[in-house]
Design a protein. Structure first.
Length: 222
């Protein structure tokens, strides 16, 4: 099995030791399939159904057309390895908006380059990002965009200038409440914030048969 945070740990290298101990421990848990649940204090896109106009190009599993507060959500992940042996992480985020459930999917790859991961967004992976991973002074994982491209068939179109999307994400730890925190904002130089979510989450029961620490010890015994 592969550690649930292997892609991030490989990208961070020695910097991974600067992560908050709880985050590092959770990322080191070996789990082929995993899930977490939480609540976003705020989540979605303020552009509403207008955001859906890009669906024919981008495809399903990326655009969010709702915006709300106190949104329950679920994260399902599958950890693995590419043919080249690089860590991969497939993620489906389920936003449970009032009256509708929407999903955002992506597949993240370790690249072998220090600090850099590649992210293919949406079911078809047409939006591709290179993201830089670092550790904040508080021990949180920070991810920030380095490059964005749109892949249509054989063509890869770099999105620069007014077409560029900047994504900033901080995945931290709330010591008082003993839970992970998440804060993500995607912005356009023309449209401003196009997607955001901010809240907390906890992993599901870590005593499942396929969940152990990287040392082979059941997570419940940590």
């Amino acid at each position: 099995m592969t550690a649930r945070g292997a892609a991030f740990l490989e990208a961070l290298g020695e910097q991974a030791q600067r992560l908050h101990p709880e985050i590092l421990a959770q990322m080191s848990v070996e789990a082929t399939r995993d899930s977490a649940e939480g609540v976003f204090a705020v989540a979605g896109s303020r552009f509403g159904r207008v955001a859906g106009l890009a669906a024919p190009v981008i495809g399903p599993g990326l655009l969010v057309t709702r915006f709300a507060r106190d949104v329950p959500f679920r994260i399902d992940t599958v950890s693995g390895r590419s043919r080249a042996g690089r860590a991969t992480l497939d993620t489906v985020r389920e936003f449970r908006f009032p009256g509708a459930t929407q999903h955002v999917t992506d597949r993240l790859f370790a690249t072998g380059h220090p600090g850099i991961v590649q992210n293919a967004l949406g079911v078809r992976g047409r939006v591709q990002m290179l993201e830089h991973c670092s550790v904040t002074d508080e021990g949180a994982l920070r991810m920030s965009t380095r490059a964005v491209a749109l892949r249509l068939g054989r063509y890869r179109i770099p999105l620069r200038g007014i077409l560029r999307i900047e994504v900033e994400l901080v995945d931290g730890w709330d010591e008082a409440r003993r839970r992970r925190t998440i804060d993500m904002r995607a912005t356009s130089p023309v449209l401003g914030t196009v997607l955001e979510y901010r809240g907390w989450y906890r992993y599901a029961d870590l005593t499942a048969p396929d969940v152990t620490t990287s040392g082979g010890v059941p997570a419940a015994d940590q």
